[in-house]
Design a protein around this ligand. Structure first.
Ligand SMILES: [Zn+2]
Ligand SMILES: [Zn+2]
Length: 754
């Protein structure tokens, strides 16, 4: 039996070939060393390859014909072969072509979610979805309550048609419920054992003919040096300034694991992304330490938080430091090395950094034992003593001489350490309205200065204050990351007008957005204009240093995409979008939403519910298409599956007929996936959802159409409710929301979470 665990979802896409297919759309066929080999040579079926995917190329087919077949199968999935790749594939011998083709098709299927069986409750969905959910519900209740094994059917009064199904034991009438349509128990909707006589073989279904080429159509290219391209992807990820989205963080882990740690010469001198740096350090400092690793690590670490993140990441924790970290033991050599790195930072900066994550640092103290090394690393011992408010005289009598021990560090007669930290001084200055002091302190940390710009400009009462603030801004702007620069610019230029509310998305993986009234005073237009001038000039200065292009063509479709600044929580998706981005839904298409999940072999039963809430132009709730109402206006549900054991798992679909919904007054359709019995997404073997766009109204046939898939994303993390996107039927757009929430209790339904 195949044992499935929660990490399978992530591992599924974690191999070098899939990584390069996803990131570069590149394929690396073997060099055609054996050109001229008899093309009729037997083509072995390779172990581990999906036999369905291996089907297109057979022994006895010549390579050109084989490539034609492969191309047809790729087009069915929304990929095309580039000319150079096609030429290279034609030159392979048949066995190699079979291997390359099967692997490629399996990789494409995995990206789309087509590598899993998709069997909805009603196999003839949408045709066989009941019109009246309530009547269907009543039949189920009557059967569950009143049917006995030796009586005629309570619904149709026929004799000898009732028998239990396995394993739930519900007594199901073969005349009332069609085993060729139901893929699960008609009463409780749990999966039935595949060999149960109620389950009849599925009717053959046509596969295609309803879908035009997808919007995401991509050309596959010929790659030459897979190792060099993997290295280039790794170096590219290490150069990114912002926190990586989960999909990229997974890729970083895959890419690092591929690198031998003998040669570290390729390592960049600087890694701007803090979380990325922690992942690199954790890789670098894994036992046994390679030669030169400590020196490399020392060159990369420049704040105490770098060390904290490293300790959290090497304990398999979250690099964002959200939540309470659990820390793995630290071997003695690494402990000494880290204390040495921290000691170089100095007590004041250590305390300043440590106070931001005080609880985590107290836990770190229990692993690093700074007191034992107080003589060698006194700055660290002082910092930990400050953090724990402990008595230095007992901790380290030699270090603890009352009085000033360093700039801004004092020890009183009772042995208590006090440190005048930067953050506290900035807050005090801002609270006192002392702009000059705040500016001079913030000038030392350019990123903080830009984040506090609005606050400084609101406080600046005199021309001198403003002049100081703008001088500091001019000096700081060239030193900050693009995300900080452009965020400050985007924010400050809206500040001449009054806004009703401010919305905050907390940094965690599951979040409820906070909405507060905007009570800030507007800024004078002259002040805003000066700030915008400085920030815009810096943005243009940076742009001017980039490589020149002769002709730039800008896709107007990009207008709807949000620049991805904060992607830490972005979904692992076929199409990576920043939250808030808008994509067109091509006119005249029919939407089919899908959701597939599989419970852990030894885990709890998992009941996910795919739901669509329908709203009017004024956001009045018109209806909800979910397990409580399977047909609403132009929305049809494929039936509520309530368990998802291997091998089938469970799939739910909702079809949206845009015209019919518009006639019913629907403007917005909100997709929601809820975990009905409150199992977190992270506690199931796998879960993903997505969207297909079809060109004809689907009546019958294969429910999962790989060609029509425009988006597929993993449902992961500790959340139990996710709202991926909202369709605006009037604008014919889809707005990517990607909000995952933690909720409590069970029996979740979309209408309880307006
Ligand atoms: Zn019956
Ligand atoms: Zn049942």
């Amino acid at each position: 039996m195949v044992v499935l665990t929660s990490s399978d979802t992530r591992r599924r896409l974690a191999n070098p070939a899939r990584l390069l297919l996803r990131r570069r759309a590149m394929i690396y066929p073997p060099t055609p060393a054996r050109i001229g080999v008899n093309p009729d040579a037997a083509a072995p079926v390779h172990a581990g390859v999906n036999p369905a995917a291996a089907a297109p190329v057979h022994a006895g087919v010549n390579p050109a014909a084989g490539v034609d077949l492969l191309e047809t199968d790729l087009v069915d999935r929304g990929w095309l072969l580039g000319p150079a790749l096609r030429d290279a594939l034609v030159r392979l011998d048949v066995a190699e072509l079979v291997n390359v083709g099967a692997t490629l098709l399996a990789d494409c299927d995995a990206l789309l979610g087509a590598d899993r069986p998709h069997v909805p409750l009603f196999r003839d969905f949408p045709a066989s979805t009941p019109d009246d959910t309530m009547a269907f519900f009543v039949d189920r209740i009557l059967t569950a309550w009143f049917q006995t094994p030796d009586q005629p059917c309570v619904l149709c009064d026929t004799d000898d048609t009732v028998a239990p199904v396995n394993p739930c034991g519900h007594l199901v009438c073969r005349a009332c419920f069609d085993g060729a349509d139901f893929s699960a128990c008609p009463i409780c909707h749990r999966r039935i054992n595949p060999d149960d006589p109620f389950v009849k073989p599925a009717r053959p279904r046509p596969l295609r003919g309803e879908s035009a080429a997808p919007e995401r159509l991509r050309v596959l290219h010929l790659g030459f040096d897979q190792d060099a391209d993997l290295r280039a992807e790794l170096v590219g990820l290490l150069a990114r300034t912002a926190a990586l989205p989960p999909a990229d963080a997974d890729d970083l882990a895959t890419l690092l694991a591929l690198q031998p740690r003998i040669d570290l010469s390729w390592l960049p001198a600087r890694v701007p992304g803090r979380e990325t740096k922690a992942r690199l350090l954790a890789w670098l400092l894994t036992d046994p330490l390679p030669a030169g690793a400590l020196d490399r690590a020392a060159a990369l670490v420049d704040t105490a938080t770098d060390v904290l993140r490293l300790l959290v990441v090497r304990s398999d924790g979250d690099a964002s430091l959200i939540g309470r970290p659990r820390l793995a033991p630290v071997p003695r050599p690494l402990r000494r090395a880290l204390l040495g790195l921290l000691d170089c930072i100095g007590t004041v900066r250590l305390v300043d950094d440590m106070r931001r994550h005080r609880r985590a640092w107290i836990a770190v103290g229990e692993k690093l034992h700074p007191g034992e090394y107080a003589d060698r690393y006194p700055a660290v011992a002082l910092a930990f003593a400050t953090l724990r408010c402990s008595d230095m005289t007992t901790l380290c009598p030699r270090t603890a001489v009352a009085g000033q021990v360093a700039e801004d560090v004092r020890i009183d007669d009772a042995g208590r350490v006090t440190v005048a930290v930067w953050g506290h001084r900035v807050e005090s200055a801002l609270a006192d309205g002392d702009v000059a002091t705040a500016v001079s302190l913030l000038a030392a940390r350019p990123g903080e200065l830009l984040r506090r710009l609005d606050h400084l400009l609101r406080l600046a009462a005199t021309d001198e204050d403003l002049a100081a603030a703008f001088a500091a801004l001019t000096a700081a702007a060239p030193q900050v990351s693009p995300a900080v620069l452009l965020s400050a610019l985007g924010q400050v230029r809206t500040r001449t007008a009054r806004h009703r509310t401010r919305v905050f998305f907390p940094a965690g993986r599951t979040s409820t957005a906070h909405v507060i009234d905007d009570e800030r005073a507007v800024l004078p237009s002259g002040v805003v204009a000066r700030a915008v001038d400085i920030l815009q000039a810096e943005a243009l200065r940076r742009a001017a240093t980039l490589r020149r292009v002769d002709r730039a063509v800008i896709d107007t479709g990009l207008d709807g995409l949000v620049v991805p600044f904060a992607e830490r929580t972005a979904a692992r998706a076929l199409l990576t979008l920043a939250r808030g981005s808008v994509l067109p839904v091509p006119h005249g298409r029919y939407l089919r939403l899908f959701c597939h999940w599989m419970q852990n072999t030894d885990g709890p039963r998992v009941d996910l519910d795919l739901s669509v809430a329908l709203y009017s132009e004024a956001w009045e709730h018109i209806g909800t298409c979910d397990y409580t109402s399977l047909r609403v206006a132009g929305a049809v549900h494929s039936g509520d599956l309530t368990s998802a054991p291997p091998p089938l798992g469970a799939s739910e679909f909702v079809d949206l007929d845009i015209n019919a919904l518009a006639v019913a007054g629907v403007r917005y359709a909100v997709m929601v996936v809820l975990s009905y019995n409150n199992v977190a997404f992270t506690d199931m073997a796998e879960a993903f959802a997505g969207l297909m766009l079809r060109s004809a109204p689907p009546k019958r046939g294969e429910v999962f159409d790989a060609l029509a898939v425009e988006q597929r994303f993993d449902l992961t993390g500790p959340g139990k409710v996710t709202m991926p996107f909202v369709v605006d039927l009037a604008e014919e757009t889809m707005r990517w929301m990607d909000v995952t929430a933690r909720v409590t209790g069970t029996n979740h339904a979309v209408h309880r979470h307006h």
